[in-house]
Write a protein that binds this ligand. Structure first.
Ligand code: GDP
Ligand code: MG
Length: 311
């Protein structure tokens, strides 16, 4: 049990002040929790709180399906203070993502969107440009990402390359390779899933069974699993704070880099979308032959046959 108390002390007493990152201007660690909708992000936040504090189980992060509206969609990035230095962010989960949804995820991870406010995102390039360029640097947050994925959620072969790109892009945006949390570990093959993320270049991979409304009986093993994840996040911060060659600039400079990255991404995606649209409109894909075509072909074949017999 001693190790549990040590882990708790490390998390509760963690400070940025007095470190290199503190000197650069960082005052808060924003643990950016992201992943597909329904994979256990909100439950993970509740589990972190339950493991760290000796309180009755509660669900500050509501475990509910994400909101959808027609046209644009509502985004709320709810934040939950864990300690004076660490805040957890429940980013809006994405569905089977198209390029607009990916951009939206990256904008959340880049901390471009405000915390705890409803934002309606219009799915248009112009609105995205406006949203990205109108945000001024407003925080001194260090962004450390956690990617949540349920072991129930098989990654099909075609999506494996996408997963690697996703993790690399999150790394580029935040400066940290995301910590992977595999949830619902008792509902599937966690070892197999771990291997898949390992192949996608992930380094810190943890499998957990979240504390949920139905199943929140505290146990040392479960507490340890959540505290170990938080400790790994802080090790990443330590690495950035102690590295001889600085991995991060000041919060202002990092913000500017992220804005530039998002604009480039939005622009490239818009070009691809326009190209796709043009191809669809001007170069109809090879389709199955129509009934008329099929009839014509059989008539020609029959005519040729007759012609051959005639001769
Ligand atoms: N058995 C089990 N259920 C979980 C686990 N994590 C989340 N859930 C359930 O999965 C559903 C979606 O979880 P939620 O946290 O809302 O996912 P989010 O959309 O990513 O925030 C809820 O019904 C949770 O109770 C887990 O580790 N094990
Ligand atoms: Mg949620």
């Amino acid at each position: 049990m001693e190790d549990l108390q040590q882990l708790k002390d490390k998390i509760l007493n963690y400070q940025l002040a007095g470190t290199k990152l503190g000197e650069l201007g960082y005052t808060r660690i924003l643990i950016q929790i992201c992943g597909l909708a329904g994979n256990g992000k909100s439950s993970l936040i509740n589990s972190f709180k339950h493991a760290l504090y000796n309180k009755k189980f509660s669900m500050p992060a509501s475990v509910a399906p994400p909101e959808h509206s027609q046209g644009g969609f509502t985004t709320v990035r709810n934040s939950y203070k864990l300690t004076d230095v660490i805040t957890l962010v429940d980013n809006r989960g994405f569905g089977k993502s198209d390029s607009f949804e990916k951009e939206e995820l990256y904008a959340q991870l880049a901390n471009i969107q405000p915390l705890d406010k409803k934002v309606v995102w219009d799915r248009s390039y112009e609105e995205r440009m406006k949203a990205v360029t109108s945000t001024s640097h407003n925080t001194n947050d260090l962004l450390v990402p956690i990617y949540v994925h349920s072991v129930e959620n098989q990654i099909i072969e075609d999506d494996k390359g996408d997963m690697k790109t996703l993790l690399t892009t999150i790394h580029e945006i935040t400066g940290f390779l995301p910590v992977i949390v595999l949830t619902k570990k008792l509902s599937g093959d966690a070892d197999e899933m771990r291997l898949q993320f390992d192949k996608a270049s992930a380094e810190n991979i943890f499998a957990v069974e979240n504390y949920t409304e139905k199943n929140n009986m505290k146990s040392p093993g479960k507490d340890r699993s959540f505290l170990t994840i938080l400790s790994a996040v802080l090790d990443l911060v330590d690495f950035a704070a102690n590295s001889v060659v600085p991995t991060l600039d000041t919060p202002e400079q990092e913000h500017l880099k992220r804005v530039q990255m998002l604009l480039t991404m939005a622009c490239n995606n818009e070009v691809l979308r326009k190209k796709d649209k043009w191809m669809k409109e001007n170069m109809p894909a090879k389709t199955q032959p129509t009934k008329e075509k099929k009839n014509l072909v059989s008539k020609i074949r029959a005519a040729l046959k007759t012609h051959r017999l005639d001769n």
